[in-house]
Ligand binder design. Structure first.
Ligand code: SF4
Ligand code: SF4
Length: 488
């Protein structure tokens, strides 16, 4: 009898995978777009401080408009003119700094002329400030020669990762150098590389594992060196046999005398296998206590693609200026796993792939479970965008939602053991602020499993987002009242 594959014990769903549209397509590089818009905040933390080049000749056709420079509207973002810089940037130039707070630096993803800082449509937050660069078609990408990372100290490796602006590419966007900066006294024993890629449709991590397995294994060794541990498990859902084979082959070929133990752990196919809590449980059986970090149970989790970018940063001194995204769905003329410059607008990506079909119904940025539907394609991708779905009418369930019928399916589906049905009922009754005891603030990661199984099509994730907003507002109000009371 075959041993069942490891998985997490509670909840989870099996949405139709739809990965066959793109999982066999080799990574393709899109030529530089006509412009990029680089959001100042593409990470967990505060927005970048911007070093905008000085105002060029006012007769020039790319003069910076003073009205586009602002700071007070965006707390934490600082815009300042640097008089000692020219108005042109080269690909890889550092154009956003982080100051002394949590953040990630930002680099020009193309060479060209800086047009200014503008409020640009963002698929998650409405509008947000971004540096806009018009691409110079003649710009040449810098040549990067590999170095032997083993000559670097742990601090030097950390510095290279920080200088490259690497953030978690799986979606969260936490600055990687900060995640690796584990507090003294924390005892780690395991690095988990997350290659589950359980979101339907999305195949970019899959292709990176197939095509860049050597770099991922070398990147794992770099991470282990920084963390001061020797064991790494790579979790991959079993629907990617070619990725599992490529990683195993890269492990076999790598130097095995350096004391590191790296192994691939094939996992059962079940959504959300790729969430940090679930992959930790699947591989080690350990459960993160609510409100604590994974390091409290001895584990650091990194996405496989982030690990490949760590390799690029440390070995090639290459900043994070491009990424592979999956562009798919039955309403795009040509699906692809596409290497694109960060900041490229979705409209240009769609045009490059031959446009959309006549029965386009919905565009989603990210996967269908956790992504965001958008109605305007004139918005850029970010460091954390894994894909864009162009869905036709047959792929979209457009039924309106009804009242809760108390079936309990969402309770069974929730991997965190929460009560999404009750959260929804409270929110609809205008009492979202009272849902804190349901544990959504610490434990819900908006995976959408509950909404997926709901026969009444209730928008449970949207209800949860609303509840979080209302809880936040209630907390702030309480703080203000407390301050007033203390002030007499
Ligand atoms: S979205 Fe939140 S409440 Fe719903 S299943 Fe996922 S973790 Fe549970
Ligand atoms: S799955 Fe939907 S209908 Fe069933 S209990 Fe949950 S919210 Fe109610």
């Amino acid at each position: 009898m075959m041993t069942p594959l490891a998985t997490f014990p509670k909840g989870g769903v099996h949405p139709k995978e739809n990965k066959d549209l793109s999982n066999a397509l080799p990574i393709e590089t899109m030529p530089d777009p006509s412009k990029v818009s680089l959001f100042l905040k593409q990470h967990v933390g505060t927005p970048c401080q911007v070093a905008v080049p000085h105002r060029p000749d006012p007769r020039s056709d790319h003069a910076i408009d003073d009205n586009l420079l602002f700071s007070s509207e965006h707390p934490g973002a600082l815009f300042r003119l640097l008089v000692d810089k020219k108005d042109r940037v080269k690909q890889g130039d550092r154009i956003g700094e982080i100051g002394d707070r949590l953040g990630a630096v930002l680099h020009a993803s193309v060479g060209g002329a800086v047009l200014g800082v503008k409020n640009i449509l963002h698929y998650q937050v409405g509008k947000a400030p971004a540096i806009v660069i018009r691409t110079d078609p003649e710009a040449v990408a810098p040549i990067r020669m590999p170095v032997d990372w083993r000559h670097f100290s742990r601090e030097q490796i950390q510095e290279r990762i920080a200088a490259a602006g690497i953030v978690g590419l799986g979606g969260a966007g936490f600055p990687t150098d900060v995640k690796l900066d584990v507090k003294p006294g924390v005892k780690l024993d395991t690095l988990i590389l997350n290659g589950a890629e359980c979101e339907p449709y999305i195949t970019c991590d899959h292709r990176v594992m197939v095509e860049k397995a050597r770099e991922i294994i070398e990147g794992a060794k770099i991470l282990l060196t920084v963390l001061g541990i020797t064991y790494c498990a790579i979790g991959v859902e079993n629907n990617k046999p070619d990725a599992i084979a490529a990683l195993n082959e890269a492990i076999d070929r790598a130097d095995s005398t350096d004391g590191f133990k790296i192994e691939v752990k094939p996992l059962a196919v079940k959504y959300p296998q790729g969430s940090a809590d679930q992959i930790m449980q699947s591989i080690t059986g350990r459960v993160r206590p609510s409100g604590q970090r994974s390091s409290s149970i001895g584990i650091i989790v990194q996405n496989v693609y982030t690990t490949k970018m760590v390799y690029d940063a440390v070995v090639l001194d290459k900043p994070l200026t491009e990424r592979v995204i999956t562009v798919t769905g039955r309403a795009i003329a040509r699906p692809a796993n596409l290497r694109v410059k960060i900041g490229t607008h979705i409209s240009e990506i769609a045009d490059y792939l031959g446009g959309t079909t006549a029965d386009l119904c919905k565009v989603v940025v990210g996967g269908p479970m956790m992504g965001f539907a958008v109605s305007d394609l004139d918005m850029p991708i970010t460091k954390t965008t894994p894909g864009i779905l162009f869905m036709n009418h047959a792929e979209v369930d457009a039924r309106a939602h009804g009242p809760c019928i108390r079936c309990g399916f969402c309770l069974d589906a929730c991997p965190m053991g929460l009560e999404p049905n009750n959260i929804g009922i409270y929110v609809e009754a205008g009492r979202g602020a009272e849902t804190e005891p349901f544990g959504l603030m610490d434990d819900c990661f908006e995976c959408g499993s509950c909404a997926y199984v709901c026969p009444a099509k209730r928008p449970l994730v949207q209800f949860i987002r609303l509840a979080r907003l209302e809880i936040d507002q209630a907390r702030k109000l309480k703080e203000i009242r407390e301050q007033k009371r203390k002030a007499g």
